[in-house]
Design a protein around this ligand. Sequence first.
Ligand code: THU
Length: 143
Amino acid sequence: MKKELPVSKLNSKEKDLVKKAINAKKKAYAPYSKYQVGSVVLDDTGKIYTGCNVENASYPAGLCAERTAIVKMVSEGGKKIKTIVVAASSEEPVFPCGMCLQVIQEFGADSEVIALNKSGKHFLKALTRTLFPFAFDPEKLNQ
Ligand code: THU
């Protein structure tokens, strides 16, 4: 696995996204797993959307932070994800789960993911296509 880097290595725009993701984590509704996650989507027009995980007593009805932020983007007219940040509650940075990668792929095949650890002080960065190289994408439906 790649080595984590300190957040000080990010540029100022990325640092702002990191701050917003850490703030979004505070809104997490995670009474069952007690694992709070925050996320931020930057779209291709520069607009920012935040999200947190929203769990449910009927466990599978819960939603990950990334998909919360993406659904907000799409419902507010955003079209394309440029960068998505995930602020997790693990000692090591956490990349989006498989279901979230599928949804990221739909709206951001060329996007970049920044994954933060619990303290929000260290990150890993990867392209979505690196994390999900054989994604099922909309074009495949027409083949
Ligand atoms: N979760 C996220 O919100 N994003 C991730 O990338 C990993 C997992 C949430 C789902 C659930 O509410 C909790 O974390 C534990 O799995």
